[in-house]
Design a protein around this ligand. Structure first.
Ligand SMILES: NC(=O)c1ccc[n+]([C@@H]2O[C@H](COP(=O)([O-])OP(=O)(O)OC[C@H]3O[C@@H](n4cnc5c(N)ncnc54)[C@H](O)[C@@H]3O)[C@@H](O)[C@H]2O)c1
Length: 251
């Protein structure tokens, strides 16, 4: 056997349980795929079926699942319900997580109205805002409450996750208040990098970055297909006296 290269990449970052972070990031994708299979009444799935449903290759999927001690049964595949339970337990979604959302504007309203969190183990316990005009507004079966109540709510409901949907300006201050109140995980939608002390996990959601990644791929696709043709200029009836390009029109 020959050695492929003398330069080896560093070891992948691993969680305390020894599962690579990249595998952890794929577990929710497998969970969603398994939920889909289960909802369609499928009791067992081969690694190929599951990989197709999750959009990954089957060798990677088998390797990922082996970290959970799940190898499937040869010739039968994986028990969908059991694997779903194993992954949910590993991610921590078999238990109920209390979440607060801070900043109930456009995005906060949309998240508050989304019913999918509850079925995935996330209980929204409070919608908080600093605007007195919003406090008391009903959204579904909840009422917007004063951000000043944060500390009491975190203590009473044992909140560990906070979602920030305020503008960028106050986001750090909101984050500091969440952390001081005892929140140890933050999902930040505000377009700003927040600092948190050790022991607090933070994740940032930025749709424009996702769109830029898609734009990058679109650009590559149009490069492969050849550049799009320059569209013809519309007929300019009667306009014959146009200045030439770079003609330096004075101010
Ligand atoms: N990550 C993404 O992909 C994405 C997409 C859209 C919007 N955003 C961001 O999400 C945030 C919210 O957007 P939006 O359109 O809902 O804004 P918005 O102005 O409609 O709502 C912001 C809310 O935050 C509240 N607020 C302001 N300061 C506060 C404070 N100190 N404490 C508590 N509440 C406070 C305001 O009263 C308001 O209700 C913005 O930062 C925006 O840039 C992110």
């Amino acid at each position: 056997m020959t050695r492929a290269s003398s330069r080896r990449p560093g070891p992948p970052t691993r969680t305390e349980r020894g599962i690579p972070e990249a595998t952890v990031a794929r577990l929710p994708v497998y969970l969603r795929a398994l939920t889909g299979l289960s909802d369609s009444g499928i009791a067992t799935a081969s690694s190929e079926d599951l990989a197709t449903a999750a959009g990954v290759n089957s060798a990677k999927l088998r390797k990922d699942l082996s970290y959970l001690g799940s190898y499937g049964t040869r010739g039968v595949g994986y028990d969908v319900e059991y694997l779903r339970y194993q992954i949910a337990r590993e991610i921590g979604v078999t238990q109920d997580w209390a979440v607060v959302i801070v900043g109930i504007g456009n995005l906060g309203h949309a998240l508050a109205n989304y019913s999918g969190f509850g079925t995935r183990g996330f209980r929204i316990v409070a919608l908080l805002d600093a605007d007195p005009n919003l406090i008391g507004e009903r959204i579904g079966d909840m009422e917007v409450r004063d951000f000043a109540e944060l500390e009491d709510i975190v203590k009473a409901d044992r909140v560990s996750i906070g979602v920030i949907t305020t503008p960028a300006g106050p986001a750090q201050e909101v984050c500091d208040r969440l952390v001081a109140a005892g929140v140890t995980s933050i999902l930040n939608f505000a377009p700003v990098v927040l600092s948190v002390p050790d022991g607090v996990d933070i994740r940032k959601v930025d749709l424009s970055i996702e769109l830029q990644i898609l734009a990058y791929h679109e650009q590559r696709k149009s490069g492969e297909a050849g550049l799009p043709e320059v569209p013809e200029l519309p007929a300019m009836n009667g306009l014959t006296d146009l200045p030439s390009v770079g003609g330096g029109v004075g101010a």
